[in-house]
Design a protein around this ligand. Structure first.
Ligand code: PGA
Length: 240
């Protein structure tokens, strides 16, 4: 595993954009897995800027969201589809997001994972990490072998999206996520974390044993993982 520590969130966004551009530069038809959340917003803005300026070309790349809310109406403001429409204004070959209003969320996300495989699998899966250690919507107690599935969202995960949905009550209780095993099939993985509130969980994920309590710790079992952290998120690490 590689750990890159950047001085602050702005530098982290630039480096993350560099890494994503490098993946697409090396393979223009790259398949990307992409997260939502506050952390990647600045990196996505930078990708959008680079594409508009002609500095990067995503026109042959395909992006798959790593998760989505379920049992939500398609025009709910807090869905991941709405997030990408707002923050990732890239001329991609395709941006695929599971349908938040799918009648059978479990079937929807399993078909979605099949689609990722049919596209050739992810060349680069970008992830955030939740304060509870989740990656995508793989909440604590997610097994190493877990596959794409509908999941019950934890209170802390729902709370993080209350503002985007307008209120906590409006946040769906069910999500759809690629599983840990699906994520570990990506050829490379990039995890982004910034801010002091992530320091303790980053340290557990990076330095603790791999276990279901901290789903991000399963990433230790992948040979091509890079953790990109700002100083605050790295401040709990004992080894650098
Ligand atoms: P955040 O979310 O970027 O908003 O902190 C990360 C996550 O929950 O995966």
């Amino acid at each position: 595993m590689k750990i890159e520590v950047l001085p602050d969130a702005a530098a982290l966004a630039q480096r993350a954009a560099d890494a994503i551009c490098a993946a697409v530069g090396a393979k223009p038809s790259a398949v990307l897995g992409l997260p939502t959340g506050a952390t990647p917003i600045e990196a996505y803005a930078e990708l959008t800027r680079r594409a508009a300026a002609g500095e990067a070309d995503f026109s042959r790349a395909t992006a798959f969201a790593v998760d989505e809310f379920a049992a939500a109406s398609r025009d709910a403001p807090g869905t991941n589809a709405a997030f990408f429409a707002r923050h990732l204004r890239l001329p991609l070959a395709a941006l695929r997001v599971p349908r938040a209003d799918a009648p059978d969320p479990d079937a929807e996300i399993r078909a979605f994972a099949d689609e990722v495989r049919r596209a050739g699998g992810m060349d680069l899966c970008v992830l955030g990490i939740g304060v509870n250690g989740h990656i995508a919507f793989n909440e604590p107690d997610s097994a190493r072998a877990s596959r794409a599935r509908a999941v019950e969202l934890r209170a802390e995960s729902r709370a993080a999206h209350a503002a985007a949905f307008g209120s906590l009550d409006a946040v769906p209780r069910i999500g759809m996520t690629l599983g840990i095993a699906d994520i570990l099939e990506a050829r490379a993985i990039l995890v982004l974390a910034s801010g002091a509130r992530k320091a303790a969980i980053v340290a557990r994920a990076v330095e603790g044993d791999a276990c279901a309590d901290v789903p991000a710790s399963w990433l230790r079992e992948h040979p091509g993982v890079t953790w990109m952290l700002d100083e605050a998120a790295a401040s709990g690490l004992t080894r650098r």
